[in-house]
Design a protein around this ligand. Structure first.
Ligand code: NAD
Ligand code: TDX
Length: 339
């Protein structure tokens, strides 16, 4: 087991988004000595309500852009680590308009790395399994830390570029960094543009869920709280300069997940629409998290997907006021794309 690093005053970028806000809750609930400064631009995907109600002496929200170097020069000194979640995160949006993905995911990461270089603090980079491209449906292989990068979409190519910047800045300038690449997250506070929340909220609204292409594409689902515990483990116990894959053996194809949602919500399993496929749609993602489990001792705890999905459905039923304001605009965007 490696030496344990104990941060006290961290910056979480994108802490008002889905996974970032779940991480902020995780830190507040599990690590009492840690203060969190959330840096978030509050794009369409960021919602300050995601962290509202957390104690004000533990969490501070700074509304701003990770590309704003002047702001970083004011904010970063006095902190001991940045955990970087902020991103443009939705593949379909990246296909419709890639430009914001280049700006935030590539230039934003560059700006953060330069601040980390200037102020000498720790940096953890949150990335995705999509940097590895996809696997064939009948391939027994999974992604490992040594799988070559082969991103398919504008989104995943900008995430791959950001990972490369981290590696280069670490080697050239000796930055103290770690990288994690995680599989598909589900859980509370996920934007209704994403697959699981979109289908749940469509069913609540009496609208038929929408399945892309053949529905055979496989995603490797992990509960977002397990992602949070993995990132904390890597930040505090990981080796500088290393990459760790995060996954919980949750492979399921989309049609299976959709039918589970339909049945859990009292609908017929065939009560959905087939819609236009996503261009370049990755077939299958699958993570081998052996390195994280054996070297750092991390284990997922939400391993019952059906139970996690039931709770997620319950959360969207109980928190309609959270998602309702963005639902109409989200569906209008999909309609314009024929999806
Ligand atoms: P999200 O879209 O829900 O949230 C992104 C957050 O970043 C929002 O709060 C947004 O306001 C903020 N943001 C965007 N641009 C910004 C900028 N320029 N400056 C400051 N803040 C900005 O995303 P998510 O699904 O929570 O993903 C978070 C991170 O996790 C991303 O880096 C993503 O690539 C990675 N990831 C996501 C998944 C997944 O399943 N969703 C899986 C693996 C990795
Ligand atoms: O309405 C839909 N119907 C459908 O069949 C939507 C929105 C999606 N899909 C399919 C496409 C994918 O195969 O469901 C699967 C999951 O789609 P998304 O929720 O858009 O996720 P994905 O594209 O797999 O990417 C997610 O996981 C990796 C996150 O959005 C990324 O940020 C993360 O890096």
């Amino acid at each position: 087991m490696s030496e344990i690093y104990e941060p006290h005053n961290i910056i979480v970028t994108g802490g008002c988004g889905f996974i970032g806000s779940n991480f902020v809750h995780y830190v507040v609930n599990n690590h009492p000595g840690v203060h969190v400064t959330v840096l978030d631009k509050l794009t369409y995907a960021g919602n300050p309500d995601n962290i509202a109600g957390l104690p004000s002496d533990r969490v501070e929200l700074v509304v701003g852009d990770i590309c704003d170097t002047d702001l970083l020069n004011k904010l970063v000194p006095g902190h001991d680590a940045i955990i970087h979640y902020a991103a443009e995160s939705h593949n379909d949006n990246s296909i419709a308009d890639p430009r914001p993905f280049l700006k935030t995911n590539v230039e934003g990461t560059f700006c953060l790395l330069e601040a980390v270089r200037k102020y000498g603090i720790r940096y953890h980079h949150v990335s995705t399994d999509e940097v590895y491209g996809d696997l064939a449906l009948d391939d027994p292989a999974k992604f490992t830390e040594s799988t070559p990068y082969k991103p398919s979409s504008p989104y995943s190519s900008t995430k791959a570029a950001s990972d490369m910047l981290v590696r280069a800045w670490t080697r050239t300038y000796g930055l103290r960094t770690t990288i994690s690449n995680c599989s598909n997250n589900y859980g509370p506070y996920q934007h209704v543009e994403k697959f699981i929340p979109r289908q749940i909220t469509n069913i609540i609204d009496g609208v038929r869920p929408k399945l892309y292409g053949t529905g055979e594409n496989v995603r490797d689902w992990i509960h977002t709280e397990d992602h949070s515990s993995a990132v904390w483990t890597i930040l505090t116990r990981g080796h500088i300069g290393e990459t760790y894959l995060i996954g919980a053996d949750g492979e399921k194809n989309n049609i299976t997940v959709l039918r589970m949602i339909l049945e859990m919500m009292g609908q017929s399993p065939d009560d959905f629409d087939w819609v236009r496929d996503r261009p370049g749609h990755d077939r299958r993602y699958a993570i081998d998290s052996t390195k994280l489990q054996t070297q750092l001792g991390w284990r997922p705890t939400h391993t019952n997907f059906a139970e996690g999905l039931e709770k997620t459905i319950e959360w969207y039923r109980n928190n309609e006021s959270w998602w309702r304001p963005v639902k109409v605009a989200t569906e209008a965007r999909y309609k314009a794309q024929g999806q």
